[in-house]
Design a protein around this ligand. Sequence first.
Ligand code: FAD
Length: 695
Amino acid sequence: SQLDTLDLVVLVFVFVGTVAYFTKGSLWAKAKDPVADLNYARLNGANKAGKTRNIVQKLEESDKNFIIFYGSQTGSAEDYASRLAKEGHARFGLRTMVADLEEYDYENLDTFPSDKVVVFVLATYGEGEPTDNAVEFYEFITNEDVSFSEGGTTDSAPLSNLRYIAFGLGNNTYEHYNSVVRHVNEALQKLGAKRIGTAGEGDDGAGTMEEDFLAWKEPMWLALAEEMGLEEREAVYEPAFSVTERNDLDIEHNTVYLGEPNKNHLEGTSRGPYNAHNPFIAPIKSSRELFSVRDRNCLHMDIDLTGSNVTYTTGDHVAIWPTNAGVEVERFLRVFGLFEKRHTVIDVKGLDTTSKVPFPTPTTYDTVARYQLEICAPVSRQFVASLSAFAPSEEAKAEMNTLGGDKDQFQDRIASRYLNIAQVLGMVAPAQVWSAVPFSLLIEGVNKIQPRYYSISSSSHVDKNTVSVTAIVESIRIPGAEHVLKGVTTNYLLALKQKQHGDPNPDPHGLSYQITGPRNKYDGIHVPVHVRHSNFKLPSDPSKPIIMVGPGTGVAPFRAFVQERAAHAAKGEKVGRTLLFFGCRKHNEDFLYKDEWKQYGEAMGDTFSLITAFSREGPNKVYVQHRLEEHAEEINHLLQQGAYFYVCGDAANMAREVNIILGKIIAKERGLMVAQGEEIVKRMRNSNLYQEDVW
Ligand code: FAD
């Protein structure tokens, strides 16, 4: 179609020329007076580290005119933000910069110059919440009584100078679809700011995030060009990072990062606080298999926090920092012609003060592929197009342009087959090496590896130093593809478990992990972790009744909940009715913690009931949703006594259906209209009586 051809042209342009959003800033830059700059910085209260939280000042100092803020939890919003930065510079010569929302203040947005543009790329997380790094901004801007330092240009429209662009990342299976970008957009409109283009929305639930983004950004760029009087230029690739091979250093040298997450870890002086930037290298106390079938695995792991000062409360999440499998690291390095020199030491530097290298250096190619980049993840169509300029042959180049430019071909041949980037290139040009691809482009185009979250399945009340993980090992056979997709983190955990059990060849399916970590620092079965606090919480009063719905690994936090209540009961405290709905395929295959429930039941007596649904045992499939209906009367009765209702697990289908069924149960039992039942569930949500922990 016409659009696709246009898209193709655009994509080629953009990425032939991507990135230099940094260096060439000087082309448009004014000559600077260092003394004036210094005074300016002082006057504006730059902090000691020389970092300012004043965004207007930052833009002045770094001479940028297009700032892209991201609110990101898993890295996707950050990735889209940096793609917009590259494209804005490559196509329109914008002096772009990407920034973490958390790193700036917003009281002076009313002084934002009208010849600059701000972009918000905002993910919605959980139940309509902003991501951790966006909380402060979100609360500030959506506050009814928001006020700005300068008092604004006019009282009714304090942000009338502010021009902005907005794109949201959401998931339509959640009730509050893209609510963060919607609320921010609304708030900015109310404050008189001027939006350029539409407020875009990407839908992860429908699996169309990438295409939603691509379709949104074209008209947005045109509107921006029109509004700001920009002219599109022919784009050329300019790297964001310089990559220098250091022949004077080798991997034995103690300054070279081989996977250590930061300087303290490198120097062996790792210390807290442990958080999303600084993991604790935790010993795995014990691990075991929970399934009794051969072809599927579900792991239970007890992770030791002793001595770390890391605290958690029941219902929190633990984040596991993964390592890529050796086979994938090798595939990646080989396809780019880096395998032979994988242990060469490299320095990576941002070519501009605002470009951050996403990992510590000096390091090696092997380390970057193994510990730093999400090399197994789905590939973006835009990135495929960007690589075409560096293809090893004319045929490969044409093929990359086709795949990058044609939505349907991309879907059929790449997305639906779950290929990662090295597999794509191997398919396009079998046995050829893509050695012309600048390493900088890989750092820019492949996401930074992300820790994966797990709902902690132990109770902090019972053992504050142990967090348990209940994880199903991802292993997906894709119809029509030759390979089996192996989840990055869960297969790494499986290898750790096998090593702990003395398996001489611990690697599942020959995945060959570097299981002892950088410089063997993770030996003795350690895994890097941090804890993320959540709002998924038991009532503080144990005598309140609770109803929990957690099929499959959705039962993880409920093991913790029940464990905690059993401990209260064992001490003779009064514990309220505790109802757990659990579902799986067969009672003798994947019934998680089958034997433990009996022990908890002994401590709690009649207050605890486990209601099971086995989907593959009878003639009809039975799910937890059916069981809820069967127990409608008691559920309603408990709710009327102020019971808390919890749902954990699959967001796409189960959680949504449970929500609907609960509305129906309430309506039926109380003789109300279905809409009234739904309204009651909504109110329960608002008052935290209905809580979800879904993914
Ligand atoms: P990944 O490598 O991240 O792959 C995950 C999926 O991404 C694959 O199954 C596939 O669908 C897709 N994918 C990956 N690569 C490609 C590709 N190249 N092309 C196309 N698609 C691809 N899980 C649990 O088991 N237990 C829990 O208690 C639990 N709690 C959670 C709590 C929260 C708050 C969240 C957000 C998630 C939770 N999860 C839990 C899920 C968990 O975080 C991980 O997502 C899951 O274990 C898979 O991780 P992985 O690294 O093994 O797989």
